[in-house]
Design a protein around this ligand. Structure first.
Ligand code: CP
Ligand code: NVA
Length: 310
């Protein structure tokens, strides 16, 4: 296993499979009320340049469940980073105190630089380029609970070709899922994630219209139209994304039992998803949110302690 988890491609297929299996075990242990303090006495630093509900709470509760401790650090208010201390200096100092660091940053380069200088595992908690691999890790766990083997399943992404979409594209190299993308020409996934010559096996991101993308899809996925950091483009984005809402009509074009996913937070009604679909029987958004906790615990145990005891 690599030192850091900055992208899903930091895992190979075996590692992904075993982290998901550990996450399922941890979920059972928690639900049975069985102690699982595999990170007793360990600490996680959590740096948030941007807002968060799920990532912050799931990492913090996760560390507490594991017998460890998490520190919430907000650079503008609480850290010298906000007053010009360099990332490379902060990284080396924090690594002397904590056992791992999770960072949510505006720029992916910030997370990469931090990881380069920190002598402890660094986890991407979202960047402009890739939503935490942790989100898609939890989503893969959620889909495995429903489908078992994911190979050959089709996931249709409908909406902004953003950081979460980019992580899904990368995931196909590990899961064998087909990822069909319906995003407007002005907001393509490839535009933010082009890594020429990396040979990372990404596939299935030819742009399609929403009806074509969702045809026979097993999973429909969407995300907010105005991501954190894109607020100044709000009007143009809403204009470009008209017609890319997951609503009841679009859902009827997918496989009859298709599941609907959203990483949350959602803007329902008028934007990426209707209230009816999000509250409907095919929506699994709350399971996704819950599995952030279990999947990240499995990831942290793997990164910090080398994995769960057999
Ligand atoms: N999905 C997700 O990462 O949510 P938060 O922004 O609330 O952490
Ligand atoms: N694409 C969204 C995800 C939020 C969890 C953003 O970057 O704001």
């Amino acid at each position: 296993m690599k030192k850091d988890f900055l992208s899903l491609l930091d895992l190979d297929e075996c590692e992904l499979e075993s982290i998901v299996a550990d996450a399922v075990r941890l979920k059972r242990l928690k639900s049975a009320g069985t102690a699982h303090e595999y990170l007793k006495g360990r600490s996680l630093g959590m740096i948030f340049e941007k807002a968060s509900t799920r990532t912050r709470v799931s990492f913090e509760v996760g560390m507490s469940d594991l017998g460890g401790h998490a520190l919430f650090l907000n650079p503008p208010q609480d850290m010298q980073l906000g007053r010009g201390e360099e990332i490379r200096d902060t990284a080396r100092v924090l690594a002397r105190y904590v056992d791992a660091v999770m960072i949510r940053a505006y720029s992916h380069a910030t997370i990469e630089e931090f990881a380069r200088y920190a002598n402890v595992p660094v986890v991407n908690g979202l960047s402009d380029r890739l939503h935490p691999p942790c989100q898609v890790l939890a989503d893969i766990m959620t889909l495995s609970e429903r489908f078992g083997d994911l190979h050959g399943l089709k996931l249709a992404w409908v909406g902004d070709g953003n950081n979460v979409c980019n992580s899904w594209i990368l995931s196909s190299a590990l899961t064998g899922m087909e990822i069909a993308i319906a995003s407007p020409p002005a907001l393509p996934a490839e535009g933010r994630d082009r890594r020429p010559g990396t040979g990372d096996g990404r596939k299935g991101h030819r742009r399609r219209d929403p009806d074509e993308a969702v045809r026979d899809a097993d999973v429909l996925y969407t995300d907010i139209w105005v991501s954190m950091g894109d607020e100044q483009e709000r009007a143009e984005r809403l204009q470009a994304l008209k017609g890319y809402t997951i609503d009841s009509r679009l859902l009827t074009q997918a496989s009859p039992d298709a599941l609907v996913m959203h990483c949350l937070p959602a803007h329902r009604g008028g934007e990426e998803i209707t209230d009816e679909v999000m509250e409907g029987p095919q929506s699994i958004v709350w399971d996704q949110a819950e599995n952030r906790l279990h999947a990240q615990k499995a990831l942290l145990v793997r990164l910090v302690a080398g994995g769960m005891p057999a």
